[in-house]
Design a protein around this ligand. Structure first.
Ligand SMILES: C[S@@+](CC[C@H](N)C(=O)[O-])C[C@H]1O[C@@H](n2cnc3c(N)ncnc32)[C@H](O)[C@@H]1O
Length: 315
């Protein structure tokens, strides 16, 4: 049986258990090795942090966001720690489940020290030396602090709540961002979340910056399938395969654009990876995908930036 099928079966089973996220963490840590902080993952998210900051600077007259909000905290808070180093004063990360831990935060900090020592950090974004010194002090005295104290020193606040109903005031966030998260949220939930983002982001000077990975995540583990494998299934079949711990909505770039358009959220800048048409053509696509332009279906990753001033202009 293919590796991805085994993973799908195990995750489906785990998704019905209480504490499914914790059990999934253990499964991924010891079996699929999907949650160790690899260099590949670290530098990918560091690149996202760099691009979020650049996107913000392009459309705002501030150098760094004073207040940021990320959806989808993940295991290692690389983007939030980057914002801290760049100078952000209030960094929110919202998730329905609490996925990080003091140990994983420590691993993240350790990695930042390594990048700094290798002289690479400055190539990503301008960071404040005084903030870096805080990070170094934290690292050297890590055992003395509780998780809450560490979070406080990093200006980081985890909101454990549904992003459809945020406990944040209107017009309070300079930069709303996400990193490989939208693809895990079905449109019936994503649409109310985006409405909530539209409410909390500042309409003057506010920016949204979202990275979306539209590839089949099972292909990250199983090299015998390609990143379009999941498009062979009809919605009905996919419902059986997909699970609630790491759902994949399979929606394509034009679907996201339509959602933004319907909500009147501007896409001020869009970039994407065009994917691999030959790989796509090797898959017998389900009707709902086969009937769409293949070049569009093939797009595998995208980054949308919204200059919220344009929202003001259109309303
Ligand atoms: C794949 S993970 C995030 C990945 C992470 N950003 C990274 O860089 O690795 C997607 C997260 O979105 C969260 N999520 C899904 N629906 C949500 C909602 N309605 N409100 C808040 N978080 C939600 C899930 O709990 C999950 O932890």
């Amino acid at each position: 049986m293919k590796k991805w099928v085994q993973k799908a079966i195990v995750q489906k089973f785990i998704s019905y258990l209480p504490l499914s996220h914790k059990i999934n963490y253990i499964f991924q840590k010891y079996v699929t090795k999907g949650v160790t902080l690899s260099d590949e993952y670290f530098y990918d998210r560091l690149g996202h942090a760099r691009d979020h900051i650049k996107s913000f600077q392009k459309y705002s007259d501030k150098k760094v966001p004073e207040c940021s909000l990320e959806i989808g905290t993940g295991w290692y808070p690389i983007v939030p720690v980057s914002f801290f180093l760049a100078g952000t004063d209030k960094i929110y990360s919202v998730d329905i489940s609490f996925l990080t831990s003091k140990e994983r935060l420590g691993t993240t900090i350790q990695k930042f020290l390594e990048v700094y020592n290798s002289g690479q950090l400055k190539n990503y974004f301008d960071f404040q030396q005084s903030r870096f010194d805080i990070l170094k002090n934290l690292h050297n005295n890590y055992d003395k602090y509780s998780l809450d104290e560490v979070l406080q020193m990093l200006n980081l606040k985890y909101l454990i709540e549904d992003a459809r109903n945020l406990s944040l005031p209107d017009n309070s966030i300079d930069l709303v961002n996400s990193n490989n998260t939208f693809e895990h949220i079905y449109p019936n939930i994503l649409i109310p979340i985006l409405k909530e983002f539209r409410r909390v982001v500042k309409k003057q000077n506010g920016v949204m910056s979202h990275f979306i990975d539209m590839s089949d995540h099972f292909a990250h583990l199983d090299k015998s399938i390609n990143i379009y494998n999941f498009l062979r299934f009809s919605d009905k079949q996919w419902k059986w395969i997909d699970n609630s711990i790491q759902p994949q909505n399979r929606i394509r770039i034009f679907d996201y654009k339509q959602i933004f358009y319907d909500l009147k959220i501007p896409i001020s800048n869009e970039s994407f990876s065009k994917g691999n048409l030959n790989e796509l053509k090797s898959i017998q696509l389900a009707d709902k995908f086969a009937n769409q332009p293949l070049e569009e279906i093939a797009k595998s990753h995208c980054h949308f930036i919204s200059n919220m001033k344009q929202l003001e202009d259109r309303s």
